[in-house]
Design a protein around this ligand. Sequence first.
Ligand code: AMP
Length: 369
Amino acid sequence: MMTLGILGGGQLARMLCLDARRMGVRTVVWSGTPTAEPTEGVADILIKRNFDDAEAHGEFCRQVDVATVEFENIPLETLKSVEAAVGLYPSAESIGISQHRSREKTFLKDHGIPCAPFALVNSIAELEAAYAEIGPTTVLKTAAFGYDGKGQVKITSAEQLKTAWESVQGEPSVLEGFVDFQCEVSVLVARGFDGRCLAFPVAENEHRNHILDLTIVPARVSAETLAEAEATAIRLAGELDYRGLLAVEFFVEKSGRVVVNEMAPRPHNSGHYTMNGCVTSQFEQQLRSVCGLPLGSAELLSDTVMVNLLGDMWNPDLQVDEIHATEGAKLHLYGKSSPGERRKLGHVNVVGGKDVEARARHLKGKLLS
Ligand code: AMP
């Protein structure tokens, strides 16, 4: 029996473990934290120790045949030593690129992949110079460890530069041109050991307070835009010489042209729709690509809308009935017991029939009320 090692113990690891168990693959999760509720009782072995713990490193590597990650913010030294010991997919190099906005943006630019205009800024003077080039409407983002809109500030006039710089606490940052988009879409691609690459159907994403709220599939954009997003994601995976699952987020400009916002070297919240909407889930596909199995079909079985369950709209005692009473609603919970406002506690996929969006929006309205 094959054993898959997973770095990180959150909900993405949980859902990967569940698919692995179904497929007869053992899992060892190294959470990097003292608690890892989502993978408790789901991983075959759970190591709840920091990523710089040498003993944990030995225990993890001794037991696994190959390793992958469920999030990118893992110390590069840990990634490299796991890679050397057992093999890591995606590679430490690919993960390292997406750990840092400046490395990611530079990679995109160097490989001719469209993204918003940007400049790397390390001081207020550099920020002022970059703003003069890219302004007037821009977004300043810290280069490291940003997600869900954290470490981001919109700047629309030169007077705001000083306050913006203070708000990122002088951290190395990226100033980006603001994209006046018609919508945001994402593409998940898997690239196997033989270089074969398969894209899942393009997903359209709506955010609430900078956090993903709804994913609608198929995305409601032109056939040209769908093809361009898919081709760009596949090209990016090729340029990275990637193996594993890659998520690519795009802005769709008013013209229909796509520009890459960011990428993630792992399954993605916007790919949860695949769990009920596609022949193969994104987690099964990650497992297949990492473990050297043939990729599964990414065909869409049903129009699907995914609703994220955030801490501010989820009270299991009151609301579970609403979900079960909604036709075609499939509930996925992450086993988290302390609901923070912005915490992702689970999601619902609404499938079957042509009115999935109406059913999903109705359900969301009920959950928020
Ligand atoms: P990020 O964490 O970079 O994915 O940003 C979170 C959200 O902020 C995105 O999904 C967009 O809705 C918005 N955003 C970020 N960067 C830009 C940009 N350059 N132009 C327009 N909107 C942006």
